[in-house]
Ligand binder design. Sequence first.
Ligand code: CS2
Length: 493
Amino acid sequence: MRHRLSSNTLTTIPAPVACPRYDRSAVVPGIVHLGLGAFHRAHQAAYVEDCLAAGETGWGIVGASLRSTDTRDALGPQDGLYTLAVRDGEHEGLRVVGSIVSVLVAPENPEALLDALIDPRIRIVTLTVTEKAYLRNAAGDLDTRHPDVAWDLSNPDRPKTLYGFLAEGLARRRSAGTPPFTVLCCDNLPANGATLRRLLLEFAAERDAELEAHITGEVAFPSSMVDRIVPATTDADRARVSERLGADDAWPVMTEPFCQWVVEDNFTAGRPDWEKFGVTMVEDVRPFEDMKLRLLNGSHSAIAYLGLLLGHATVAEAFADPAIRRFVGNLWAETIPTLPKGAGLDPQAYIEKLANRYANTSLQHRTAQIANDGSQKLPQRVIASALDRAGENTPVTHLMLVVAAWIAACEARGGKLSIGLFSDPLDGPLADIAAGEFSAAETVRRVFDAAGFAKDQNNRERLMSAAADHLETIRRKGASVALSELAEKDSAA
Ligand code: CS2
């Protein structure tokens, strides 16, 4: 039987696999991370690994899962160690990462996470909890009617949500005279630091005015743009990586060579010398964030929904379909004029690189994975660009086809697509709308209302009408015809 990857077996790992060469027992925790998914382990934890390897030993990561026990169950017996597999065509480079020094499961033991949050050695709290964990209502504000938010407001000692943990951690630090940690959001939200700050203040205002004032005056919420494609790990990945390690790794992480992190330089309690390790520290993240959310994530969602409707299981497969490839090119062309000018962005170079990244066949990035939570993702990925375009009185045709494809893919679940293929926090209302068998226009209106898309915006009608036209075509003739008809119009234009 093969042994398990762990501190004790690290010396047995064969040379081509990079391993921590620093003394892990000397590492001190400096960061608490909320949302210990694969993305964090492929991205921030890899940057921190470089810091630790270079001797900045004060930045070990205490990782916390806010929901499931899976990551702790896998990494606990491995002393937090896991393999990062960087895949490119035939090549797969393996690196064992040691930056996660302990793993917690918040629902099992909220007190342990609170203890970590009040530890004076912790100076930064990072988050990758996904869009839906921010618990926003259709107006984009904190959903104070959400049962977990209500619970956290009445049970501050046993929180469930990120707000409950951050608020209680900051409150306890304040009473202990410990300076606050900096809160570094790493989720794909626009102005993610400012957004999290606003939502946490809404929460704090419900809790107590002094805490609200403390957070307002003392706590920094830098924004950041994170970028790395991280497909879900499969059993085949586990088996292959374990074989190469000569040791079982229950949860290796798959990724691509590309990696980018742009961070607003606003930390009140110190930070690693990230710029030495490839992080871009800036005053204003917004232009980078807009480019990434709109060009990468926007096209990713397009590829996901069109790919599912056309029967493609992975991004690389969907992107190799000439009809989708062409559509994505036109979607980018429609989006680029909405990006900030004079901010030193090079969108052309960015999309050329993106096209190569999407074509990486070794990644096996499932379209169904990206399809999750469309109601939470489309506002910043697609709707924002469409509103900018409509404001300039320019067409929103390709952008709105993405929204129509999302609605059509949701409708196809339980029919052409399997029912649980992907999910959305709005699945209840979406199912009710689908059951009503409304016209395309009425369906789009109801979906926009439920999701809060373009809420209170002048050009909302225009967006809805474009989406409804596409949905009508997809319903009557299928996504393939919708794409070819659009391509014909594009060539005639
Ligand atoms: C993807 C992102 O699943 C999704 O919604 O669009 O996770 C994407 O892979 C990352 O943002 C890339 O940096």
